[in-house]
Design a protein around this ligand. Sequence first.
Ligand SMILES: [Zn+2]
Ligand SMILES: [Zn+2]
Ligand SMILES: [Zn+2]
Length: 241
Amino acid sequence: MLASSGVVEAKQWRYAGMHPRTGRPADGLCHIEMMHVHTAAPMHADTLYRTRDNVYVFIGDPTPFGYEGPQHAYYGHHPVVLNVLVRIDVDVDVVEYCYHDGPHYHAYPPPPRQEFVDKEDVHYYAGEYPQEYRRESPTLVRVNTVYRSWSAPRPVVTLAPPPEYHGPVIQVGLNIPLPSVEVRVGTPRPPPPPPQPEWGGRVVREEHVHVHHDHCEHHVHKKHKKHKHKKHKHKKFKGRD
Ligand SMILES: [Zn+2]
Ligand SMILES: [Zn+2]
Ligand SMILES: [Zn+2]
């Protein structure tokens, strides 16, 4: 019976993990971690999201959307492991690449089973970039064009990338005034979003208290050998008043 009741079903889009609510920075983020649907299509889906089984996973920098949770500083292009991001178990990692140029933030730490080095408490990918990365690069680097109009603080990087990093080195964000970074750091944080404790019963919420420029201790980094930064606590970055 194709004929019908006259009901037109709205198209639904499946999402997993935090993502921009509409794509406009002012509209903020949807914090539902379990798989869920919206009738709104993801904006900039081709550059800000990766898909698996028709599920959209946001992999971009959440900062322009008012993100205030734990964050990790990265520099340049690096792998993102989708199954780790949305916390599901698979036999083979689903590896995608982030094409954000220069310093940027993510809500997620560097994925396990991938090589990173830290310098100035910024994560740099230290592995080789595969053929897929290069093949998709012309399309996916457009993420930088999308972000260009959204002013948002970026991690402060004052030194050259470590030699282990083989990705592009591109000056970005020079138009962002430093005072806005300081204002943001001193701003009181709103309470974190309430936990969403289901992903088909498989959600494991990691207690991840890594904020701003602290080192990650839950994932193994190959330490940058020439950089004696381990003891540095970076208290000055943690405005809590
Ligand atoms: Zn959502
Ligand atoms: Zn980190
Ligand atoms: Zn990135």
